[in-house]
Design a protein. Structure first.
Length: 163
């Protein structure tokens, strides 16, 4: 009986490991209690660039890339976002090899929701942000991509230019 119980426990653990995402590949969620995302592999010694996006609930944003430290990137986007005077700013920072996107959808005449998403490519970050936003039943599929930026400056879709 003990042998069957042990095999059953191992089987359930294996299924859970296959079905649940790895912690380092979880998407970021734009909530105050979660201010940074980690979707990239473990950092290497040559990762010296960081990016960050700060955004407001109405979808206004400010982004930076190719910044020398995570703290500096976060401070810069928070300050610039606050200067816009559009409400509370949510900041998401990331290493150079990571890309982040934000998408906003209208939930009423005067109100929007904004979600962030991350990935190792611009397209992946955009897909995650749009999927998360469109899953909000109040937005009713009205979500649109606001911007995409990679920490190393590979892309900023607001200007549609690669460096």
């Amino acid at each position: 009986m003990f042998h069957i119980w042990t095999l059953r426990t191992v089987y359930i653990a294996l299924i859970a490991a296959l079905l649940l995402p790895l912690p380092e590949y979880r998407e970021a969620h734009a909530q105050p209690e979660q201010q940074q995302m980690s979707v990239a592999p473990a950092p290497s010694d040559d990762t010296l660039e960081y990016g960050a996006i700060a955004f407001t609930p109405d979808g206004s944003f400010f982004a930076v890339w190719k910044i020398g430290s995570r703290l500096e990137a976060e401070e810069k986007v928070r300050a610039e976002c606050a200067d816009m005077g559009r409400g509370d700013c949510e900041a998401v920072s990331f290493r150079g090899e990571v890309c982040a996107a934000i998408a906003s959808g209208r939930v009423s005449k005067q109100r929007k929701v904004t979600y962030s998403g991350g990935g190792l490519t611009p397209r992946e970050a955009e897909r995650v942000a749009l999927d998360r936003c469109n899953k909000n039943r109040r937005a009713r599929g009205s979500c649109q991509l606001r911007t995409t930026v990679c920490g190393d400056g590979r892309l900023d879709s607001a200007t549609a230019k690669a460096p």
